[in-house]
Design a protein around this ligand. Structure first.
Ligand code: NAD
Length: 417
């Protein structure tokens, strides 16, 4: 086996190649789908609170817009690179196609640690970045959403900035915005809800009782913390969790309510007293039934995959598993629910939010969740069936569905001119 690097774009392309080979994809289509269609790199000034000017770098990449407008989050993180954003944009194309919603894939990022900025600096940075990328975003073109380090409030600033330049309010230019300006019920919890639906279906498929399962969660932000709360409500026992400050572990189970209150009060998990400390590496290898990576890429690799003890890995994060690790875990019988399926709840409810924003007609939370469950559960079973028929892992099965959908759409539309 050739070892796979920790470069997210190369990993995304390797995952694509596996599916393209199995689909016997035409070489022209391969070239189209293997690289992003558009990418914009911007450097822009922000006046800091003390009066000095700092220049930040950001990106917006559209991987593919064949099936609809480009869709994908914006990440604020010090380690953002163009390569990473390119990979994330490509994963969004496959995610939207896996759950069959009419979007292409995009992603944005700014190289910044948002925790180091004041609220005013964060607002000025967001408004200026929105202005820089306004030439390629829009409700019919490319619709951003929150990702690591960005929030509904950041989406509100982006929506407001875009609207100011247009001279009228354009709610459908972003999703994940606050409900009082056109956001959707259920969007904040959607990534977690979608993930929990896939965990429920996967548990049934392997005869695991989810209500008695022991769960480990890496990342305790919008996705990870909501997943912890929902699984705890279901009766599962969350035994370990981590954020960027480190990991906490209690084999008897963490009190999620107390942990959430602790995180809200102190901003971090690592000094939680009712648990032992674990490193990020140790956390991933803990004895558990379900492991949920909900932080960054490249967490489960050829180096640690043979020591993962979970029976199910539910990928809330994008790209947490490298192709090497996929092969090892497949051999070991670990049921990996890939990011393009397990993490698709957020973009699915973003699609519902976009529809509601365009129509100015709003759904109840019950309606949102019922439609979300329908989309995710259908996609899960399509992918499961594909994986059983072709005897491939769930990621390759999902990619086969997704790449096939995008390829067929490309052929139906034809190559212009
Ligand atoms: P977030 O910023 O709300 O939370 C990220 C969490 O990860 C934080 O708790 C942070 O402390 C933690 N973290 C950062 N570095 C870490 C490390 N090295 N080890 C452990 N924890 C670390 O972001 P989010 O929206 O919850 O996104 C998390 C993941 O889920 C990302 O991969 C994102 O792309 C993916 N995702 C998010 C959404 C969404 O709707 N928000 C949708 C689909 C997928």
């Amino acid at each position: 086996m050739t070892s796979t690097p920790d470069n997210p774009l190369q990993n995304a392309q390797r995952q694509f190649d596996i599916a393209a080979d199995l689909l016997d994809l035409d070489s022209g289509l391969r070239s189209i789908l293997r690289s992003p269609q558009r990418q914009l790199a911007v450097n822009f000034p922000v006046r800091m609170d003390d009066g000095h000017i700092e220049v930040f770098s950001g990106f917006r990449v559209q991987h593919n817009i064949t099936r609809g407008p480009a869709k994908g989050g914006i990440r604020y993180h010090p380690d953002v690179t163009l390569e990473e954003v390119r990979a994330l944009a490509m994963w969004m194309t496959w995610k939207c196609a896996t759950v069959n919603i009419p979007f292409g894939g995009a992603k944005g990022g700014v190289i910044v640690d948002p925790k180091q900025l004041s609220r005013g600096e964060l607002e000025r940075l967001s408004r200026r970045y929105a202005t820089e990328i306004a030439i390629i975003i829009g409700p019919e073109k490319d619709i951003p959403a929150p990702d690591i380090g960005t929030t509904p409030e950041v989406m509100a600033w982006i929506m407001d900035t875009y609207s100011m330049h247009r001279g009228h309010t354009v709610p459908a230019v972003v999703t994940g915005k606050p409900i009082n300006i056109g956001g959707s019920e259920g969007r904040a919890e959607a990534t977690a809800s979608g993930l929990v639906y896939t965990l429920r279906e996967a548990s049934e498929a392997i005869d695991l009782n989810i209500t008695e399962s022991r769960v480990v969660i890496q990342g305790f932000g919008n996705a990870g913390a909501n997943i912890a709360r929902m699984l705890d409500d279901l009766g599962a026992t969350v035994i370990a969790a981590s954020d960027s400050s480190g990991g906490v572990y209690n084999p008897q189970g963490l009190s999620i309510e107390t942990l959430l209150a602790h995180k809200a009060r102190t901003g971090q998990l690592s000094d939680f007293v009712e648990a032992d400390r674990v490193t990020q590496e140790e956390l991933l290898e803990l004895d558990c039934d379900i492991l949920v990576p909900a932080a960054l890429e490249n967490q489960i690799t050829g180096r640690n995959a043979s020591r993962i003890k979970a029976r199910i890995v539910g990928e809330a994060a994008n790209g947490p598993t490298t192709p090497d690790a996929d092969a090892i875990m497949f051999d070991r019988g670990i049921f990996v629910i890939p990011d393009v399926l397990a993490g698709a709840g957020g973009v699915t409810v973003s699609y519902f939010e976009w529809v509601q924003s365009l129509q100015e007609f709003f759904w109840t939370e019950r309606e949102v969740n019922a439609q979300l469950e329908r989309v995710i559960v259908n996609a899960f079973h399509e992918v499961l069936q594909q994986s059983q028929e072709r005897k491939v892992n769930m990621r390759t099965a999902a990619y086969i569905q997704a790449v096939d959908r995008v390829s067929r759409a490309t052929l139906t539309r034809g190559i212009y001119p």
